[in-house]
Design a protein around this ligand. Structure first.
Ligand SMILES: C[S@@+](CC[C@H](N)C(=O)[O-])C[C@H]1O[C@@H](n2cnc3c(N)ncnc32)[C@H](O)[C@@H]1O
Length: 337
């Protein structure tokens, strides 16, 4: 079943498929709850729209399991016993970010200041500037490393993310800029647009958080349906289509004197289960938490053909650490190949 809604220009379009049977998002409930927002008017501080999510508590969350507390206060790299607070129960993406990644995300990406500088350089290299209505959308905006850079270049930014911890940070960092902060599933972004966007971004491996290829396809369809003709859609994601094996599945993320983060990847046909192993110094001892969530093994060739099928012309490039970048332009709106 598909839900039919109207985009800001009044055209009817098909929303994302519902009832996917996915463990990750309950789209149907969220679409039913979503309410259109009035146009944004040059706010002096970022506006905040909060979309409530259906409560889906993982049956194992909150249960304390594993080894008893250990008094040894050694760095995890010393292979000593550590306190284990949580086992690797698979959680939804939102739960995983709210409880596990959100609080340490800025640290994971090298700290707030350097991440913002990197985001700014990345946006600078893309040569984007308001040329039409000036609306830019950042899907999976996190704490705003790209949204803030877009606002500084004169865009009216709609920053959508599901994680309140990261959006709180964006609210603080984005003070005084034209950013509408929306807490909702990015698949519902059209419900929060003040007008047709000329730029949509989905950077930093966010697309692979969607449950399925069909959700990516539906998102592209929505973007093409609401975007200004000639508008740009820029996405980066990690190519998980090639399996890593053995010890190559352990990915060190970051480590310092107080924290260590390592990922472990477990592959299935269409997804990779990402186990995030986080050890933190707690006074005289170390605590380790493990959380896991599914990411999509989105094949770049498949993504490319989805874009072309919706009327985008596409430039593709490889980035470090297995990332791919797609910079696409809506050259044939409503008249795809
Ligand atoms: C890997 S982070 C990338 C953040 C940011 N774009 C960057 O480049 O640093 C993925 C972000 O997407 C958000 N996210 C994942 N799935 C989402 C969804 N379906 N709807 C809204 N946000 C989502 C997460 O909360 C997180 O902030």
């Amino acid at each position: 079943m598909r839900l039919f809604r109207r985009n800001p220009s009044g055209r009817a379009f098909a929303g994302p498929p519902t009832c996917l049977g996915s463990l990750i998002w309950n789209n149907q409930t969220m679409l039913a709850q979503a309410k259109p927002e009035p146009p944004a008017k040059a706010p002096s501080r970022p506006r905040r729209v909060v979309q409530r999510f259906p409560g889906r508590r993982h049956p194992r969350r909150g249960r304390r399991r594993g080894r008893p507390r250990d008094a040894n206060a050694l760095h995890p790299s010393q292979a000593s016993p550590v306190r284990r607070d949580e086992t690797a129960a698979m959680s939804s993406v939102r739960e995983h970010y709210d409880n596990h990644l959100g609080p340490v995300y800025a640290w994971m990406v090298g700290g707030e200041t350097s991440a913002l500088a990197r985001g700014d350089a990345e946006i600078g290299a893309l040569d984007v500037a308001p040329r039409g209505g000036g609306i830019a959308v950042d899907l999976g905006a996190g704490f705003g490393m790209h949204a803030i850079a877009l606002a500084e270049r004169g865009f009216d930014v709609v920053a959508v993310d599901a994680c309140s911890v990261l959006l709180d940070r964006l609210e603080r960092l984005g003070q005084g800029r034209r950013i509408r902060i929306v807490r909702d599933d990015m698949q519902s972004f059209v419900d929060h647009l003040p007008g047709a966007p000329e730029l949509v971004m989905c950077l930093g491996d966010t697309l692979t958080h969607l449950p399925d290829d069909s959700d990516v396809e539906a998102l592209i369809e929505e973007i093409a349906g609401v975007m200004e003709p000639g508008g740009r859609f820029i996405a980066t994601f990690r190519d998980y289509s090639q399996r890593l094996d053995g010890t190559r599945r352990f990915i060190p993320v970051r480590s310092d004197m107080d924290r260590n983060m390592t990922c472990f990847l477990e592959y299935s046909e269409s997804h990779v289960l990402v186990h995030d192993i986080l050890s933190e110094r707690r006074g005289a001892e170390w605590a380790t938490r493990v959380g896991a969530y599914r990411k999509l093994r989105l094949a770049p060739a498949r993504f490319r053909s989805m874009l072309i099928a919706r009327g985008f012309s596409v430039e593709q490039s490889s980035e470090p650490a297995g990332m791919v970048r797609f910079s696409s332009r809506l050259d044939h709106p409503g008249n795809p190949e």
